[in-house]
Design a binder for this molecule. Structure first.
Ligand SMILES: Cc1cc2nc3c(=O)[nH]c(=O)nc-3n(C[C@H](O)[C@H](O)[C@H](O)COP(=O)(O)OP(=O)(O)OC[C@H]3O[C@@H](n4cnc5c(N)ncnc54)[C@H](O)[C@@H]3O)c2cc1C
Length: 380
C-alpha cells in the first residue's frame, strides 16, 4: 500500500497552486460571490494553461490524466474558490468525460478540442420540479420527429445554464417500462429557440448560481443524442461517479480553506489576555476540523484510485459523498463559531464557506439518499 503522490503529481499540484494563487486570490473569490459574477478570468486562465486537457486523451491534445490528477485539480481549485471548481467540474465531466465515454467520433472531434481550449462550457440538467432525489422519475419528454427530436418539459437547478454553451440534458424518450428505462441524454445547445432560463436566488453559490429551465418544443437534431437511445440512465450513473469524486475533492479543498481561515484567526484574536486558540474549547474544535479534512482527503484519493482501477462502487461513492459533504458543513459551521461575531459579518470570508457548504449535504444527492444507498449495500 502506497499513500504517496508521484513526483509528477506533486509537481502538478505545485504548478496549479502557483497559477491559482495568481489568478484566483481570496479577494477575487469574494468579489465574484458579492457581485454574483462567474470567475471567468480564472476559468479562462486555467484553459490557457492547458488544465482543461488534464483528463482528455492524448489524441485530442489532452494529457490522458486519471481520476487522481482530476481530484488534485479540483481540490486545489476548490481551495481557492469552490464555484470555480464547480464550473470546471461541470465542463470536464459533462463536456469531457461524458463525451469521451459515450460520444460518437463526430461528437468527440467537435467537442473535445473545444473543451480543451476552454471554448465551450457545459452544465447538467437532471433535476425536475417533481423529481429531485427520485431523479429517474423525470418527465421531460424528447419526441422523435422529422429525423430529430422535439424536447418539452421543465428542469430545475440546472447550475450555470445561463453561462454554458451546452447542457447535458436527461430526457424521457419512452414510457411504460421501469422508470430507469426509456431515458435518453442529449447535448443541447443552450441558445436554441424555445429554451427559457430563469435564475434562482440561493443562499450560497452566488457567483454562478443555479437556474430553472423551460423547454418549450425545442427542436434538436439526432446528432445531439449522447450515447444509446433509451439507455441514458446507465450513462448518468457513470457520470455521477465522476461528479461525486469532483464534488468531494472541491469541497475538501474548500473545507481546508475554511480551516486555515479559522486557524489563523484563533492564533491572532486575543481575549482574556491570550489568543483564543489557547482555550481548549477552541483548540479542540480546530483539532476536530483537521481530522475531518484529513479523513475527507483519504476518502477522495481512495475513491479516485478505485475509479482508476475500475473498481469503484455505488457504495464507495455514497460513503465519499456523505462523509465529505457532512465534514465540509461541520468545518464551516465550527469555523464560523471560532470567528464569533466576525464570522457572522459579510466582510469576513467565513460566512461564504458557511453558506456554500450548506449545499454539500443536498446537491448531487442528499445525505439521506447516500445513507439509503449505504444501508442497501449492507442488505438492509
Ligand atoms: C444550488 C443547487 C445546485 C444544484 N445543481 C444541480 C445541477 O446542476 N443539475 C441538476 O440536475 N440538479 C442540481 N441540483 C439539484 C439537487 O441535486 C437536488 O436538490 C437534490 O438531489 C435533492 O432533490 P430535491 O431538492 O428535489 O429534494 P427532495 O428529493 O424533494 O428531498 C427533500 C428531502 O427529503 C429527503 N428524502 C427524499 N427522498 C428520501 C428517501 N427515499 N429517504 C430519505 N429521505 C428522503 C431528502 O434527503 C431531503 O432531505 C442543485 C440543487 C441546488 C440547491
Amino acid at each position: 500500500m502506497d499513500f504517496s503522490f508521484t513526483e509528477e503529481q506533486e509537481a502538478l499540484r505545485r504548478h496549479l497552486t502557483g497559477l491559482l494563487d495568481e489568478v484566483c486570490p481570496p479577494d477575487y473569490a469574494e468579489r465574484c460571490d458579492n457581485e454574483g459574477r462567474p470567475p471567468r478570468e480564472a476559468y479562462d486562465a486555467l484553459a490557457r494553461h492547458g488544465w482543461f486537457g488534464l483528463i482528455l486523451p492524448p489524441e485530442y491534445g489532452g494529457a490522458g490524466g486519471s481520476a487522481i490528477e482530476l481530484a488534485i485539480l479540483l481540490e486545489e481549485a476548490g481551495r481557492h474558490f469552490e464555484e470555480l471548481a464547480m464550473w470546471l467540474f461541470r465542463t470536464l465531466t459533462y463536456g469531457g468525460f461524458a463525451v469521451m465515454l459515450h460520444g460518437t467520433a463526430e461528437q468527440k472531434a467537435r467537442f473535445l478540442p473545444a473543451v480543451l481550449k476552454g471554448e465551450l462550457s457545459f452544465c447538467f440538467g437532471l433535476s425536475e420540479p417533481q423529481s429531485g432525489s427520485d431523479a429517474a422519475a423525470l418527465t421531460t419528454r424528447a419526441q422523435a420527429e422529422g429525423g430529430g427530436y422535439v424536447i418539452t418539459g421543465q428542469k430545475v437547478f440546472t447550475s450555470g445554464m445561463d453561462i454554458s454553451d451546452y447542457c447535458l440534458l436527461v430526457t424521457r424518450t419512452a414510457t411504460g417500462g421501469r422508470k430507469q428505462e426509456g431515458i435518453t441524454n442529449f447535448l443541447v445547445d443552450t441558445r436554441l429557440p424555445g429554451i427559457e432560463v430563469r435564475k434562482i436566488k440561493t443562499l450560497g453559490q452566488r457567483a454562478i448560481a443555479t437556474t430553472q429551465v423551460f423547454y418549450n418544443d425545442v427542436t434538436v437534431p439526432a446528432s445531439a443524442v449522447l450515447g444509446a437511445v433509451g439507455h441514458g440512465w446507465e450513462a448518468v450513473d457513470a457520470y455521477l461517479w465522476y461528479e461525486r469524486l469532483s464534488l468531494a475533492a472541491a469541497r475538501t479543498g474548500a473545507a481546508s480553506a475554511a480551516f486555515e481561515c479559522a486557524l489563523g484567526y484563533a492564533k491572532e484574536r486575543r481575549q482574556f489576555g491570550r489568543p483564543i486558540g489557547q482555550f481548549q474549547a477552541i483548540s479542540h474544535k480546530l483539532a476536530d476540523m483537521k481530522v475531518m479534512i484529513e479523513v475527507s482527503r483519504v476518502l477522495v484519493y481512495r475513491f479516485a484510485w478505485l475509479l482508476k482501477q475500475g473498481r469503484a462502487s455505488r457504495h464507495d461513492a455514497a460513503i465519499l459523498k456523505l462523509y465529505t459533504g457532512e465534514a465540509y458543513k461541520a468545518v464551516a459551521d465550527m469555523g464560523l463559531q471560532i470567528l464569533g461575531g466576525y464570522g457572522y459579518c459579510m466582510e469576513y470570508p467565513m460566512q461564504r464557506f458557511f453558506r456554500d457548504s450548506r449545499l454539500a449535504t443536498i446537491g448531487g444527492g442528499t445525505s439521506e439518499i447516500q445513507r439509503n444507498i449505504i444501508a442497501k449495500s449492507l442488505g438492509l
